[in-house]
Design a protein around this ligand. Structure first.
Ligand SMILES: N[C@@H](CCC(=O)N[C@@H](CS)C(=O)NCC(=O)O)C(=O)O
Length: 151
């Protein structure tokens, strides 16, 4: 029975995937513009980050939207199919849940940040130039997840 339920949800996810990806593409937020020197600094910093995700997971879409809005070039690691990223997420991160942001700290240690809320907050605190001045660029689109009533 559990097997059937799992396959049912897998099928639903598969059917919805193209619609969610098209929706994401059509509603892609405009990224903030930095001057080239500032953007180069940000790019240098985001090389230490990687987002483990599933392409059609609504929580991952939420995290990717925050990245797009903040013009962050963060490596995306698809953990949906069996393979290295999936195994790494489970064994090193501690659980198979996406989105998860892998953060390589300056001292070389690695932090695995789960939960789309926490990831969004981390990215805004670190990379949103307006964060904390009451004029944050945070858009409602960063926070909306279908079926999720959190504001
Ligand atoms: N509260 C979490 C929910 C994340 C979540 O439910 N992710 C699902 C995918 S949409 C997941 O990782 N499921 C594990 C699996 O399908 O193996 C968040 O906001 O990030």
């Amino acid at each position: 029975m559990r097997f059937l339920i799992r396959w049912f949800f897998r099928g639903v996810r598969l059917l919805l995937t193209p619609f969610m990806l098209i929706g994401e593409r059509l509603s892609r937020p405009r990224g903030i513009e930095r001057d080239p020197a500032d953007q180069a600094k940000v790019d240098e910093q985001t090389r230490q980050l990687a987002l483990y995700h599933f392409p059609a997971c609504p929580f991952c879409i939420r995290a990717r939207r925050t990245m797009q809005r903040l013009s962050l070039d963060i490596e995306l690691r698809n953990a949906q199919a069996a393979g290295a990223w999936r195994e790494e997420l489970q064994s090193e991160g501690g659980k198979l849940q996406v989105p998860c942001l892998r953060i390589q700290e300056a001292d070389g240690s690695v932090r695995w940040l789960y939960e789309s809320d926490a990831i969004g907050q981390y990215l805004r605190e670190r990379f949103d130039p307006n964060h904390g001045d009451g004029h944050s660029n945070r858009s409602s689109n960063d926070t909306t997840v279908s079926g999720d009533s959190r504001a």
